[in-house]
Design a protein around this ligand. Structure first.
Ligand SMILES: Cc1cc2nc3c(=O)[nH]c(=O)nc-3n(C[C@H](O)[C@H](O)[C@H](O)COP(=O)(O)OP(=O)(O)OC[C@H]3O[C@@H](n4cnc5c(N)ncnc54)[C@H](O)[C@@H]3O)c2cc1C
Length: 486
């Protein structure tokens, strides 16, 4: 037996060095579970100057806003909900995303009757995940469009042009749910494999934000917002990893961008799919196996950005619970030939729970990536122009505007993952991303966690948390079976 093999066999939960790359949900879930399981040597390396990753709750206006994850999606089978349900942290969100007004680019506001009919047809055209798509081979966009027009035949009184404008807007809305540039790249079958947790789908964190969940995982002190709880002394911030070298039979070498090298017995990599796409060929030595590279190629991390506008007073009339933008064809044509073309993908503005002075807009896809390259002044100027174009009343000047830049940030390169039709063609998916890389003796050396590696709950915080626990449990099982063999 080689010296390296003997050294690795002699490791125990007390001595094994585990390095987790990334202190987002998956990394924090993995680290806290490993500590619970009795591992002593656990370290998180995080590229940003903060923990949380795509959970980023910041102080803003009257309390806080979430730049990333905002709602707990569902109850049954949702580990986030399970953890907090008795703590009075979550609340059902008012119908902000159902009762919004539909406004055309000539300022015409659809009547409640027409708007309600179109919304109900569109929402009912989203396939019932587990029942309707079993044999469907096409994209979500094909499915939704066909069903929408079929259902609309039952309501001949609705103007065809308005129905088309609404469908265009709904495509963008649903693309934001999927994080796709458009629904024609979303696998219908993938949609089926995504599990929706039954119960309320938009549970908000009152005036505390999604960071409450991470604080709970870490057992942070109530009165100290920066307390890392059980992770105190175990997180190194501003540690961007440039290379993970798992060539040798013994240690894994982790090289940071500043040249510093750390060693570990096990590495759990939780960086986003966007980071993997951009960096996997330099990040891992030796290169990742073909199946994993196929998954990295086939799955996609789309871009969804938020646009926050803060006002001195609530900006919209009381009977305006937000609005969506329906473009007339001629206006859209004009917009497309102007520098403000990116506004086409801003699909609507909605209130924010516990923040009466805010409006939250959404933008998706390629236009979101373009928006991220503009200055904040240019973004604000564009949004104010959009308001003037659509709204039949004046909106005051905001006191502040903030937009997210999830794609521009090299530590994310996007917002959340979906399953593409290309992944279907490549016969790949989250299962290939999840597969750990073991040494010849079956010892996990390089493991993968993060939302994209969850087969059913990808794109969510509850999915990310489960993947962190999954990899902690994998290591725990390995050490338990090793002890049993001795
Ligand atoms: C705009 C937006 C809205 C969302 N809304 C919701 C929602 O309402 N509900 C919901 O459930 N989910 C939502 N999500 C998705 C949810 O935020 C993610 O699924 C989840 O937070 C991902 O956690 P993770 O640990 O997998 O990845 P991340 O949070 O991305 O963690 C990975 C960490 O790795 C770090 N990292 C990257 N590269 C390196 C490197 N080279 N070296 C060291 N560290 C590195 C990153 O900085 C990051 O902190 C939203 C996301 C976005 C962006």
């Amino acid at each position: 037996m080689s010296a390296a093999s003997i050294r690795s066999l002699s490791k125990s939960k007390q001595t094994a060095r585990i390095v987790i790359i990334g202190a987002g949900t998956a990394g924090i879930a993995a680290a806290t579970r490993l500590l619970e399981q009795g591992f002593k040597n656990v370290l998180l390396l995080e590229a940003e100057d903060r923990i949380g990753g795509r959970i980023n709750t910041i102080p803003f206006a009257d309390n806080v806003i979430d730049l990333g994850a905002q709602w707990c999606h569902g109850e049954v089978g949702n580990v986030v909900y399970e953890r907090v349900k008795d703590l009075n942290l979550l609340e059902t969100t008012e119908g902000h995303y159902e009762t919004f007004r539909c406004v055309r680019s000539n300022k015409e506001v659809l009547s409640d009757e027409v708007a309600d009919n179109l919304k109900s047809i569109a929402f009912n055209s989203i396939p019932e995940r587990q029942t309707e798509l079993t044999d469907y081979k096409g994209s979500l966009g094909d499915y939704l469009t066909q069903k929408y027009w079929k259902e609309l035949e039952k309501l001949p009184a609705i103007n065809q042009t308005i129905a088309e404008e609404f469908l265009e807007n709904f495509h963008k809305f649903e693309s934001s749910v999927e994080a796709a540039d458009h629904l024609y790249e979303v696998s219908g079958r993938g949609h089926l494999e995504y599990w929706l947790c039954e119960g309320e789908l938009l549970l908000n964190w009152r005036d505390k934000g999604y960071k409450s969940f991470l604080r709970l995982l870490m057992q942070s002190k109530q009165n100290n917002p920066d307390d890392l709880g059980v992770l105190k002394g175990r997180v190194l911030l501003n540690k961007r990893i440039a290379q993970i070298n798992w060539t040798g039979a013994d240690e894994v070498l982790i090289r940071c961008w500043n040249g510093e090298v750390l060693t570990a017995d096990h590495v759990i990599c939780t960086v986003s799919l966007g980071v993997l796409k951009e960096q996997h060929s330099q990040l891992f030595v030796p290169a990742l196996p073909e199946a994993k590279v196929r998954a990295i190629k086939g799955l996609k991390l789309g871009t969804v950005d938020k646009l926050f506008l803060e006002y001195a007073l609530p900006p919209l009339p009381k009977d305006w619970p937000g609005f969506c933008c329906l473009w007339l064809a001629e206006d859209l044509q004009e917009l497309r030939s102007s520098a403000r073309f990116w506004l086409e993908s801003v699909f609507g503005f909605y209130p924010v729970s516990y923040q009466p002075r805010l409006l939250q807009g959404w933008i998706i896809g390629e236009h979101a990536r373009h928006m991220e390259t503009l200055t904040e002044e240019q973004v604000l100027e564009g949004l104010l122009w959009l308001f003037r174009k659509f709204l039949p009343f004046d909106v005051p000047q905001p006191v502040r505007c903030l937009r997210t830049q999830w794609h521009a940030n090299p530590n994310f390169r996007g917002s959340y993952t979906f399953r593409t039709t290309m992944a279907d063609e490549l016969r790949t998916g989250a299962w290939d991303l999840e597969a750990p890389l073991l040494d010849i003796g079956g010892r996990p050396r390089l493991q993968f966690a993060g939302e994209a590696s969850h087969k059913h709950y990808y794109s969510t915080v509850h999915g990310a948390a489960e993947t962190g626990w999954r990899e902690a449990d994998r290591l725990n099982s390995y050490y338990r079976s090793k002890t049993a063999q001795l």
